[in-house]
Design a protein around this ligand. Structure first.
Ligand code: GLY
Length: 359
């Protein structure tokens, strides 16, 4: 059982990590938000059939009136139309400002459920119950909530912190292998950017079974890292950008393949390796770092290369929302466990890309 506190003044909250937590989450929610009478559980068509009833019963045992709102699973649902339907469901369920939203699912559910909570009635309480590894270690923590536009991912959103995050590592057992590995890319990222010891522990894992056995402590380590970073930089203007290691190239990969070939974690995996290889050539990263990352990613079936040339990367990155004016901030490693931000002119980007002249 683990507990990570996120200290954000009046917006502080706890992340609880415990096997079997889903069944007792009603009691936790009631203790956290005693005035709540109605709860809307937002979930998707994959997760809802598996876990919504257990959650509903747990909340109802505490006297809450529960409405379950289910949308079609997939990133393509994370849009203003689905969000509009969710608002309709919240209104129909008669939620008031003293009620709450529970986001039960992966990153799409947490992001969209969080945005619904942030904006319905100008903001009602919400808690996150992440059911994927990626959501547990990244998207459910830190208050970034959003939906996509046809023009790009996460373009409409807010910073809106949950009242609590409840992680039941047992739920990872029903996660298809590809999605478990998707989350592993973010886990490995944490090791890369600031925790050499975590990276070593991941290297020592034998297989997925071993990963699931150690799930609790791995999730806790990642949440601790994320909590400390978010505490220092809630609104993503400095240190929080370190969490974007591998993401600039990764998003370019996802986008170039129209978001239907590579998952987010797979894109990040490729991005971490390609960028680090170039940074080594530029003398910014200790030699051998990319190879070590590559070895660990491969162990979890993550891709480490892609059929894209430099022009493909430049085209995709030109529209990246992390770009500010003509500048872009890259996250680079000195070595495993030590990262830094490097602001560069967009015109200087080619030397950080595959086939770039790093001389
Ligand atoms: N997923 C990156 C962040 O929360 O800043």
């Amino acid at each position: 059982m683990g507990n990570v506190h996120v200290d954000l003044g009046t917006k502080s909250y706890n992340i609880e990590i415990e096997r079997g937590l889903l069944e007792k989450v009603g009691k936790k929610v009631k203790a956290l938000l005693p005035k709540v009478e109605k709860a809307a559980v937002i979930t998707d068509s994959n997760v809802g059939p598996l876990y919504a009833d257990v959650l509903r019963r747990s909340l109802e045992r505490e006297g809450l009136a529960v409405t379950v709102l289910t949308f079609k699973a997939g990133e393509e649902s994370k849009n203003l139309i689905t969000l509009g339907n969710l608002y309709g469901g919240l209104a129909k369920a008669g939620l008031t400002r003293s009620d709450m939203v529970v986001a039960l699912g992966g990153g799409v559910t947490g992001d969209m459920g969080g945005l619904a909570a942030a904006t319905f009635l100008r903001g009602i309480a919400f808690v996150q119950i992440p059911t994927s590894l990626l959501a547990a270690v990244d998207s459910s923590v830190g208050g970034k909530v959003a939906v996509d536009l046809p023009e790009g991912k996460n373009l409409v959103g807010a910073f809106y912190q949950p009242k609590g995050v409840f992680i039941d590592p047992n739920l990872l057992q029903t996660l298809p292998g590809r999605y478990l590995h998707d989350g592993m890319a973010e886990v490995i990222k944490y090791g890369c950017i600031c925790d050499r010891d975590l990276f070593g522990r991941l290297e020592a894992l034998q297989d997925d079974g071993d990963l699931l056995t150690h799930g609790d402590e791995i999730i806790e380590a990642c949440c601790n890292i994320k909590a400390r970073i978010v505490e220092h930089d809630e609104f993503d203007t400095g240190e929080r950008m370190l969490l974007n290691f591998g993401h600039t190239l990764g998003h370019a990969v996802e986008k170039t393949f129209r978001f239907d070939t590579y998952s987010h974690g797979e894109g990040v995996a490729i991005g971490m390796v390609l960028l680090t290889r170039q940074a080594e050539k530029l003398g910014l990263t200790v030699p051998g770092t990319a190879e070590r990352i590559e070895g660990l990613l491969k162990k979890f079936n993550l891709p480490v290369s892609v059929q894209m040339d430099q022009a493909d990367f430049l085209k995709a990155i030109a529209l990246d929302k992390k770009k500010r004016g003509s500048e872009i901030t890259l996250v680079l490693l000195k070595t495993i466990g030590e990262s830094f931000l490097q602001k560069i002119e967009f015109s200087g980007l080619p030397k950080f890309l595959p086939d770039g002249d790093a001389s």
